[in-house]
Design a protein around this ligand. Structure first.
Ligand SMILES: Nc1ncnc2c1ncn2[C@@H]1O[C@H](COP(=O)(O)OP(=O)(O)O)[C@@H](O)[C@H]1O
Ligand SMILES: N[C@@H](CC(=O)OP(=O)(O)O)C(=O)O
Length: 830
């Protein structure tokens, strides 16, 4: 028995450039050695688009422009083949000229009316494929493979719907039946047939085209007629990808699809396949494979009757653009009117294709999607059909939303997998995409929704990430590149690979801003180069940045500034669905009303606001306290050295270092704020104490915190840092005497916070410099260590103590990073 034919289709992308063309010719030679083959070719590169333009030019009467497009089309063919094969392609120019001569004749006739007719357009477009078949056959001959171009109009008999013709199978199969014998004989002689894709002819011989991407359809028909063993579609990607690779960088090829899935995909926007391609394959059971001409070793996608049984298989997302949504809303009175059926048949009668239709549960409202080009016509039809109800006021006049994109998720057996719709809509909601209408196919193979056209990329990326990415993507916009921000950038650069590989987390830096400038890139910025890029950044526009950030999966605003007024930025972030991680204490120490407002905006938006590093850098102080409160413990006293900076200074002066010198060193180590008086004044520690107190529900303001500065307040009046240090030097001796005095009493200087939520006179919060006895836990602090001791009902005998490094860029940045990671962890599975 002879082996069945293998039909190989090469798309325009495989033929319009020298390298893919050379590889395509190699593939043909290899496949021919295996058994009988038949080729189907599309027009080279963008030739069809060029011919569409030529038709339009001719219809305008600009025949010179049309003819110059023919020149370009010819030039592309000659140049591609010559570049691919060199001078071996002799006689090529003549063949090309012969193939396009009738086209030149059409344009040379200069008959505007004739070229404006629908059948003329198809005739003109057909030259792309006709030229291609001749050129590919010639190129094969030039490489020593006997080949013959076949014009598919000799066998593809179609209806007369120009530009979107359907092949009539009965006459087509008869013709193929007759021709197959002849082709089989020729094949035995080593002749390869190169068929034109995309075109056919009516029974009375008028040229038709099968709709854009129609060559796949031709290949499937030819395969059916030849009783082929398989069809391979060669293109410029390694198969059907999980999403359009132009929209989603992380899209990857799907190994296996069922005919049904491919049918849904092609029908709902997978622009690489013609929607009718699947029909002849389903009828004949012939499998199809989609492969990359430049990477023939890649397995590509197989499409067959079974699809994949792998429960963890990837899911495809498509988008169909240039659509319109027409909405008709009803009042209570029309509840039994069942308007959907009437509208559906009226549209069908006038040949307006409807992509999906949803009906209000009681049938008194509908929304349907049509091509944007059909919107006006469809709206008028609907208006006429529902005229009585609209006149009575039972129904509103149709509203048209345009342009709309249909975003579709396709997976066989979707109905058997729980929470697919939930995840789909949650993913869209999370990035703020408004779903205007939706529909889940009765086959449960597809779930479709209509979104505004401008949301297309965001919607597709969000759904793709939710279904197909094993790694969760987290997108950070970092504010501040100072001590903490700078360390965070370093840590993000250093940890990225480990987070990807070991924790399935794709942590991206989407943007960086300081108080004046910003850089942003939706595809991520290399954290190691971010500061350098910021130097050439754009002027800061925080709302514009937040608008861009909110379009990315898991958007997080990270505030590593110490700026005032950031609460308004957070509120704008929450309102846009962005999470916030902050090392900035100020928004938490706001007056009570403003703080309440901030937390209400968090709750309203259902976003996360994490701020562990505002007290004790990366020490788990706030989380510990929250857990005590959450689990019902009663906190009686919180005592701590909350300022790593003042802790460090206390240690330094206690071992004899002059105060001014110790402060200078602390500043250089990045322990202090830019102006050290902000630390020495105690306000920073007071803020931390207040933050903790408020976690306990204490309703006090910063002005209620009793603050005694680390040094006398007159020293804190110097705005100028140098003048401040000069004054501090003058005070060194007095301070040293004070330390000596404490030492004589067996005491050590510490700067302690005390929070008594249930004090005798109501809640109290204080921060004061104090001498503590040798047995006090605070005396054990080294360097910049901070400590917090919680005395509670459960921890009454010995307090629960958290202790460790409490200041410095690296530890604080690590705490911020930990907050970002904890946040992303808590969102998983949502
Ligand atoms: N889900 C998808 N999978 C693969 N390719 C896609 C997908 N969505 C859109 N495309 C686009 O389809 C292109 C291939 O189709 P097409 O341009 O018609 O190729 P050809 O000229 O080979 O027929 C790819 O280059 C890709 O940009
Ligand atoms: N050349 C036609 C038909 C086709 O199928 O092309 P391609 O295989 O390059 O998508 C078009 O551009 O629509």
């Amino acid at each position: 028995m002879t082996r069945p034919f293998h039909v190989l289709k090469f798309g325009g992308s495989s033929l319009g450039r020298p390298e893919p063309l050379r590889r395509a010719l190699d593939i043909v030679r290899e496949e021919r050695a295996r058994g009988p083959i038949a080729l189907v070719v599309s027009a080279l590169g963008d030739t069809t688009d060029e011919l569409v333009e030529a038709t339009a030019a001719a219809a305008r009467g600009d025949f010179a422009a049309a003819l110059s497009i023919v020149d370009r089309v010819e030039e592309l063919a000659v140049k591609t083949v010559t570049d691919a094969l060199g001078p071996t392609a002799a006689g090529l120019r003549d063949r090309v000229a012969t193939a396009t001569a009738p086209l030149r004749k059409i344009f040379a006739a200069g008959d505007r009316e004739a070229v404006g007719r629908a059948d003329a357009r198809d005739e003109i477009l057909s030259f792309g494929e006709r030229l291609s078949a001749v050129v590919v056959a010639g190129a094969l001959e030039a490489t020593g493979v006997a080949a013959r171009a076949i014009d598919a109009r000799t066998w593809a008999v179609t209806d007369d719907r120009f530009s979107d013709a359907t092949v009539l199978w009965a006459p087509t199969s008869r013709r193929l039946g007759e021709l197959t014998r002849e082709w089989t004989e020729a094949d035995k002689q080593g002749v390869v047939h190169v068929h034109t894709g995309f075109i056919g002819a009516t029974a009375d011989g008028r040229t038709t085209t099968l709709g854009r991407n129609g060559s796949d359809y031709t290949a499937a028909l030819l395969a059916r007629g030849l009783g082929a063993g398989e069809v391979t579609i060669f293109t410029d990607v390694s198969g059907v990808m999980t999403a359009d690779p132009d929209l989603v960088d992380e899209a990857y090829p799907v190994p296996h699809l069922s005919y049904g899935e491919a049918l849904e995909l092609a029908g709902l926007g997978l622009r690489m396949l013609h929607p009718r391609t699947m029909v002849p394959l389903i009828e004949s059971g012939i499998p199809m494979r989609i492969r990359n001409t430049l990477r023939p070793e890649d397995p590509g996608t197989r499409v067959d009757a079974h699809g994949s049984r792998d429960t963890a298989k990837p899911t495809c997302i498509t988008s169909l653009e240039a659509m319109a949504l027409i909405d008709v809303e009803g009042s209570q009175r029309s509840e039994y009117a069942k308007i959907g059926a009437r509208v559906g048949s009226a549209l069908a009668a006038e040949h307006v294709p409807v992509w999906f239709e949803t009906q209000a549960p009681r049938g008194n409202g509908i929304a349907l999607a049509v091509a944007a080009a059909d919107a006006e016509k469809a709206s008028a039809i609907i208006g006429r059909t529902l005229e009585p109800e609209i006149a009575r006021g039972d129904l509103a006049a149709p509203r048209v939303f345009v342009p709309i994109t249909l975003v579709t998720l396709v997976a066989e057996a979707m109905g058997q997998t729980p929470n697919v719709a939930g995840r789909f809509f949650a993913a869209l909601g999370a990035v703020g995409v408004n779903v205007r209408a939706s529909s889940q196919g009765a086959t449960s193979r597809a779930i479709v929704c209509a979104v505004d056209a401008e949301e297309t990329a965001v919607a597709v990326r969000a759904v793709h990430a939710a279904f197909n990415l094993a790694r969760e993507q987290v997108n950070v916009l970092l504010l501040g590149k100072g001590t903490v921000g700078g360390s965070l950038l370093q840590q993000m650069a250093g940890e990225r690979e480990k987070l990807r590989e070991q924790h399935d987390l794709d942590l991206r830096l989407a943007g960086l801003a300081d108080s004046r400038t910003a850089v942003f890139d939706a595809n991520g910025i290399d954290p190691a180069r971010a500061s350098e890029l910021l130097a050439g950044g754009a002027p800061l526009d925080i709302d514009a940045l937040l608008d861009r950030l909110k379009r990315l999966p898991v958007p997080v605003l990270v505030d590593c500034t110490a700026a005032d007024g950031m609460e308004t930025v957070y509120e704008r972030a929450f309102a846009r669905g962005i999470h916030v991680v902050a090392a900035n204490k100020k928004p938490l120490a706001l007056p009570l009303d403003a703080r309440r407002h901030l937390f209400e905006s968090v709750r309203r938006a259902h976003r996360a606001y994490r701020y562990e590093t505002t007290v004790g850098a990366s020490l788990p102080v706030i989380e510990t306290l929250k857990n005590l409160v959450r689990t019902g413990d009663r906190v009686l006293l919180v005592e701590g050295s909350l300022s790593g900076t003042l802790g460090y200074l206390s240690n330094e002066v206690s071992r004899g270092v002059p105060l001014s010198q110790a402060v200078r060193a602390a500043r250089e180590l990045g322990y202090t704020e830019p102006h050290p008086r902000d630390d020495l004044g105690g306000v920073d520690a007071a803020r931390k104490a207040l933050i903790l107190a408020r976690e306990l529900g204490v309703k006090l303001d910063l002005s209620d915190v009793k603050v005694e500065p680390f040094v006398p307040s007159e020293l804190l009046e110097y705005d100028d840092v140098d003048a401040f240090f000069a004054a501090l030097e003058r005070y060194d001796a007095t301070f040293e005497a004070r330390i000596e005095g404490l030492r004589a009493e067996g005491l050590v200087l510490r700067y302690l916070a005390r929070i008594e939520p249930e004090g005798a006179d109501g809640p109290s919060v204080s921060v004061i410099p104090i001498g503590v006895p040798a047995n006090h836990p605070a005396t054990r602090l080294r360097g910049s260590e901070a400590f917090v001791a919680f005395t509670t009902e459960r921890y009454s005998e010995y307090p629960l103590v958290v202790q460790g490094a409490g200041a410095g860029g690296a530890v604080t940045a690590a705490g911020v990073l930990a907050d970002v990671l904890a946040l992303s962890q808590s969102l998983r599975g949502r």
